[in-house]
Design a protein around this ligand. Sequence first.
Ligand SMILES: [Zn+2]
Length: 261
Amino acid sequence: MRTVVAPVEGEYVRVESRSEPGIEVNGIPATLECVRKADVRVDLVDPDAVCTDDGRAFVVEHVLGPLRLCGVTAASVTGIASEWDFSRPEHRFCYATALGPDAVVSHPAGLPNPALAKAVREVGTEPIDGETRATLSESVTRETDVGSITVSPAETGSGVSLDLEYAGARFGADVPHDGARGDVIEAITTATTPYLAPDAEVAVTHAAADVLSDVVVLGGLEDVRIEASLGGAYHAETIGVARRAREQGAVTGLERPAADR
Ligand SMILES: [Zn+2]
């Protein structure tokens, strides 16, 4: 596991180090169990909360993706937005349910938080004890009318490799356990969401952040190869394939000693 050396802030979030494995967003664990909505965006709710509108984090993929790109796998994320922006549907939802604007932890322009990625790289990351590395025992595929995604086993410690297609454009990247190359991080975090992207190249580059968030962070899969042809509200597929991997019993975990990172 890796965490940030010092607290950092990006667009509308503050990220602090955590001594336990995993990422929390506004106190909610970033796990498949807490995913409440996965279509055009991903929201988390605490499954133990009595009223689920009480504790909810909106658009978490645009903070989880950049953190994984930087190698961060243990952190506490807190929303820090204090102003309403009623052009955003998530803000209208929050206002209607008595949540604050800080429940929305994403960049308003649909970017995977380039300022956060820059800040994390500036302060640096450090390994902590307690690492678990999970991969798959077999490939898992999910197909729909608009695309398909296959997640395949990879060697322990190898990290993630991505081969993505969106509207005819392709993007590939390697994301080792301690983070991607600087130019890869910058390319992905400055690429706009497919709903606002000027062309397919930008859209497919952006999708890398979403796939990392959903399959790797929320899905809890550290060492995998991911091939996907994406379209439509693709978080249903990226979250869906991670859920299918669990249902099929294909997830295999491995505790590694602290010295073997
Ligand atoms: Zn996105």
